[in-house]
Write a protein that binds this ligand. Sequence first.
Ligand SMILES: Cc1cc2nc3c(=O)[nH]c(=O)nc-3n(C[C@H](O)[C@H](O)[C@H](O)COP(=O)(O)O)c2cc1C
Ligand code: SF4
Length: 536
Amino acid sequence: MNPEELETIASEEREAQARIPHHVHVCTGTGCLAVHSDQVKEAFDAEVKQHTLEQTCRVKGVSCMGLCADGPLVAVEPDGIMYRRVTASDAPEIMQSLGSQPVERLICPTDIPFFQRQHKIVLENSGKIDPDRIEDYIAADGYTALAMALTEMPPADVLFQVMRSGLRGRGGAGYPTGLKWSTVAKAGGKRKFVICNGDEGDPGAFMDRSVLEGDPHRVIEGMAIAAYAIGAHEGFIYVRAEHAQVIKRLKGAIRQAEKLGILGKSIGGTTFDLHIELRLGGGAFVCGEETALIAAIEGRRGAPRPRPPYPAESGLWGNPTLINNVETFANIPPIIRNGGDWFAAIGSERSKGTKVFSLTGRVQHSGLIEVPMGMTLREIIFDIGGGITDGRQFKAVQTGGPSGGCLPDEHLDLPVGYESLSDVGSFMGSGGMIVMDDSSSMVDVARYFMEFCKTESCGKCVPCRVGTVQMYNLLERFTQGIATPGDLALLEELCDLVKYTSLCGLGQSAPNPVLSTLRYFREEYEAQMVAEEVHL
Ligand SMILES: Cc1cc2nc3c(=O)[nH]c(=O)nc-3n(C[C@H](O)[C@H](O)[C@H](O)COP(=O)(O)O)c2cc1C
Ligand code: SF4
């Protein structure tokens, strides 16, 4: 596949789309599918068939439109009309309305901050393309960045642009992506690997899953550019076996890319070869940790090992390995297309670009959002999220999942970024954002995350294996109202011990939800204490 062939496919597809006056896009993201958007799409398909409207209307299943709480969502293009809570029985009415008055009672306003205040780079194709068709992706400038890299840019130029962009890993820790790529590029050895970490096990997080489901070719393109830049010819995408839709989409996308010569041998007539395979994980949170994930791909038990050596030097089967998150790879094609400086101009001083969040909990508009780094928590929760449901008061926002923390209203004006969040005891993590109102007990929240960590601990090291159980038992005493001041002191001591002596990030960050709730909501712990030991 060379740039000319790509352009031919793109223009043929664009012309075919322009010939059809009406386009009905039905969201097939997970949130909408959960409320039967598949049946809605079938109803539209049946309408087109019954009235032989194939030349006037194209019905397309598209990736997540974002406002998951109001699904199933349907958009009518080019009119720019969005409908919410559409059922299969609404399809005939919407079809009859094409080109005339829209169906008022189903309209979802798109001039609200939820849509207006987002900045979409990773999700630029969301709601627009059919993830099952590579032609749709190509018509939206897909694979032009790869073609550009292969034909116009030596690997060093690709590395330079990624470095210039200031992109930092979206898997949680925010390690500079360009630096990681350069380390693998410089590493010796003939065999190198590129791995996409799509495990995403944090409760409340569904960003990576949505990107893989909704725009699989974008991630494959990002991986292919990375492989070219670092000199790898083999890639793996690690996803959870229970995510059937992701697996189906990725398998289809890899097959389509191979058929068009975008993956495989001598890509685009160059000497660059790349083969990408899927690896299915058993659904353990710890397998998202890079060394555990590598062990799992090798067919061993998914348990972390001490670092160094880092995967960049010694990863898969002892070879230099680049491992990046789904969203990190999804940012690469636009960086190559538009240049690193373009990306670096978006976001804040130390955190460049945008961040995808799954905004959930007690907000009016929950769903998948993408905002520039540096936007404040208040803007995200009250503008984009539309504020708290049922007229209740905001109490806290949890970011970073089990490794993160709960921030109270005094931090609502905090600009979102890697350092800004960790400075106040939370964590960017991969992008889960759970909003809580004044009915939530913060001790319960801490106990919930500790239960998660104790269950997900792989058990390899004592501080985490035993410490998370002990911390959970202490938190249980608080929720039962029988904790003593001694329990509180012990809980704090254990937080420190587990944080500083655990082998991997799971144990090191497991105390964070407790530490942050103790820091900001200590009175809730104290209110659930008794002065003396109670023997049950
Ligand atoms: C317990 C644990 C779970 C993790 N889960 C994920 C995950 O699901 N996805 C991910 O990309 N990174 C996860 N990470 C971080 C990875 O170890 C690694 O840093 C990341 O994949 C690197 O990609 P990035 O540089 O693009 O962020 C996890 C880390 C820990 C400690
Ligand atoms: S910190 Fe926990 S999850 Fe990590 S290696 Fe130790 S026991 Fe396993």
